[in-house]
Design a protein around this ligand. Structure first.
Ligand SMILES: O=C(O)CCC(=O)C(=O)O
Length: 299
């Protein structure tokens, strides 16, 4: 267990230049957000979950497995909703510095979370994530919605860092359907991959991308792992238009606030919306949905 001093955020707030960059380009990287000791704790806890995944051979509610996962050589692709299974992840989700940065970017004091995931790319393999916009998965009444990616390891081009298209958050919501079903990846390739920019950040830093920013990531071609804890947040007055699995109760909704109070007055803006419908053939994770994709979005 870390002492409170070690969990105190090093970065309290974004500068006006960082806020402008986020709004202009749709993503930023912020170095030095968590102290080394907290990053070391996240690594140790994550290593332990990889060990525990030796006990399973199929995807579960918690583990999403790489295709060649075996009990002898465990290969975990994702830990689902990690904040629900270990308090070290939950503490990061509620970290004052991260919540403050989010509040600055979404423009409301109140901030709620709509989930977490820990995506892992082990050395020398590690699945790619095809190009997509998160907004296609979970549209809200307004698009003040974002994902903070906490780098548990240095995130570099070689180990499969996030890639993003600057300015794409201001463009259309692209089609993510193929043969009449949602596949969780863009199926109209109306963008230029030459514009893609890597979001590189050292361990302990974070990436932040807008919900409409077109992004993806390549496989890990290095020997070092890339583990990224993704924290999904939105403005306190952004209400989900679509929730996979059905509507939340009011109590469940209130429990999603990491700062401020839930209110029934939500803000509606004119952001374009596509529902993730008809439903995907495979569900459980973005990797499973994208398995149905014919061809590659990396061209
Ligand atoms: O882990 C990655 O590289 C990308 C993750 C992502 O975009 C997602 O899970 O929605």
């Amino acid at each position: 267990m870390l002492t409170p001093e070690l969990t105190r955020p090093m970065t309290k707030a974004l500068t006006p230049a960082q806020i402008d960059e986020y709004h202009e380009r749709g993503f930023i990287a912020v170095e030095g957000v968590l102290p080394d000791e907290q990053v070391a704790e996240l690594r140790a806890v994550t290593d332990d979950f990889v060990e525990r995944s030796r006990a399973v051979t199929e995807h579960t509610e918690v583990f999403d497995l790489e295709p060649d996962h075996t009990p002898e050589a465990p290969k975990l692709r994702r830990l689902k909703e990690p904040h629900l299974v270990h308090e070290a992840y939950d503490r990061v989700l509620r970290d004052d510095g991260i919540v403050e940065m989010t509040s600055q970017l979404v423009g409301t004091y109140a901030v709620r979370t709509h989930g977490t995931k820990l995506n892992m790319k082990s050395g020398d393999f590690g699945s790619p994530v095809h190009w997509h916009q998160d907004w296609a998965f979970y549209p809200h009444t307004n698009d003040d919605v974002l994902a903070v990616g906490v780098a548990i390891d240095d995130m570099t081009r070689e180990n499969g860092c996030l890639l993003a298209i600057p300015g794409s958050h201001r463009g259309p919501v692209l089609d993510h359907n193929q043969d009449g079903a949602f596949v969780g990846a863009v199926t109209e390739l109306s963008f230029d991959l030459a514009d893609a920019e890597p979001i590189e950040v050292a361990a302990g830093g974070v990436s932040i991308h807008h919900v409409r920013t077109l992004h993806g990531s390549l496989p890990n071609t290095s020997e070092t792992p890339r583990r990224l804890l993704l924290l999904m947040y939105c403005a306190g007055d952004a209400y989900p238009i679509w929730i996979a699995g059905g509507q939340m109760s009011w109590d469940q909704y209130r429990a999603t606030f990491v700062r401020g109070e839930a209110t029934n007055e939500v803000r509606m803006t004119s952001a374009p919306v596509r529902l993730p419908q008809p439903p995907p053939i495979r569900s459980g994770s973005i990797y499973e949905m994208q398995r149905e994709l014919k061809g590659s979005t990396f061209r």
